[in-house]
Design a protein around this ligand. Structure first.
Ligand code: HPA
Ligand code: ZN
Length: 349
């Protein structure tokens, strides 16, 4: 039986191939894993009850939990296991094909940058060998720490260059560290050929987004919802091709659970380049498949619109042209297969 082409069903939204650009390693630790890691490494969390650990009402409380869970990851093996598990889970539950995943090295003072990298690369390679999912890395600056910590971190990244680390980013509380403070770190990264993204305009105002673009030279913005309050900035972001890596469930936290208040639909309608991402999946009780189901249903996406959204970030991925066209081909074939399956054709004929 032919299905209604006009509506993207939850099954279709979940089965679409996904590429995501805004997902934090430390925010991807399931609560049960966080509790076992803390026990194994002798680190204290605010509770040993996994059902309670990820209960928070405010963004500040969320960041406290995020920092505590980061501190529970103390060995290369921890990094390998968390990376492997989160990638293979997202592949299995949401057909994740490609991710650029960020991590905060300075949240793990007991490990050197090369030690973290060793574990991460091990996890990434095993996940790709077992499921085909590809992952590159973004080194994130914690803006609540000082600009000199950020400069030292970028120097470390440059001293230990590897193909998988493609960019730097900046996260944590926007109210703590303005973009202007991190110009030097971003300049050094750009000079070394690293791509740049930044969390901005998540709760702060549009000036954060503007400063991230103009002072830090970012190519992408993580979140960026405040852009809508500045029509000139919308116009320039659109013409410069700045990409916005947005997150539905994080928006729910910021808007008291009201999907109608989430800015992602209006950002797409304004012609901005927008992708859907999972941010900190278990901490927000979500995964990349669920993010597409929530966004697709709330925005009443057609199948074609949902497929376009699944491909939307590929043009802004931090990859070379060969990899970009390979990813586009993989996505086109997968979407075509899905459409044929839903329209009642045998996908093998
Ligand atoms: N915003 C700011 N800091 C963060 C986030 C986020 O979405 N996730 C983890 N750290
Ligand atoms: Zn984030």
């Amino acid at each position: 039986m032919a299905h209604d082409r006009s509506v993207a069903s939850p099954e279709y939204l979940r089965a679409l191939p996904k590429a995501e650009f805004h997902c934090h390693l430390e925010g991807s630790v399931p609560a049960t894993t966080a509790v076992s890691l803390a026990r194994r490494n002798g680190v204290k969390l605010r509770t040993a009850d996994p059902d309670v650990l990820y209960q928070f009402d405010t963004f500040e409380e969320f960041l406290d939990v995020y920092v505590a869970v980061s501190a529970a990851m103390t060995t290369p093996r921890d990094f390998a296991e968390v990376a492997y598990d989160c990638l293979t889970d997202a592949q299995r539950t949401g057909n994740l094909r490609y991710r650029e995943m960020s991590f905060n090295p300075t949240n793990h003072p007991s490990l050197t940058y090369p030690q973290m990298l060793e574990g991460l690369l091990d996890g990434l390679r095993s996940a790709q060998a077992d499921t085909g999912v590809e992952c590159r890395l973004i080194v994130a600056i914690n803006r609540e720490q000082s600009p000199s910590v950020a400069r030292d971190l970028v120097a470390d990244v440059i001293a230990h260059r590897c193909d998988e680390v493609v960019a730097i980013g900046i996260d944590h509380n926007e109210r703590a560290g303005a973009p202007a403070e991190f110009v030097e770190a971003y300049r050094a990264a750009a000079a070394a050929g690293l791509h740049r993204t930044a969390h901005a305009g998540e709760r702060g105002d549009s000036q954060e987004v503007r400063d991230s673009i103009e002072l830090l030279g970012v190519e992408r913005i993580d979140h960026g919802y405040a852009v809508l309050s500045d029509p000139d900035l919308v116009t320039s972001a659109r013409s410069e091709g700045i990409h916005f890596a947005t997150c539905w469930s994080t928006g729910l936290l910021h808007h008291g659970g009201d999907p109608a208040a989430i800015e992602i639909g209006p950002m797409i309608a304004a012609g901005l380049s927008v992708s859907i991402n999972s941010d900190d999946p278990p901490m927000f009780n979500t995964d990349i498949g669920t993010e597409f189901v929530l966004a697709g249903q709330s925005l009443s996406l057609t199948r074609d619109q949902a497929a376009d959204l699944a491909r939307a970030g590929l043009d802004s991925a931090f990859v070379d042209d060969t990899d970009r066209s390979r990813l586009h081909k993989v996505f086109a074939a997968e979407i075509e297969r899905l459409d044929r399956e839903l329209d009642g054709h045998d996908p093998t004929d």
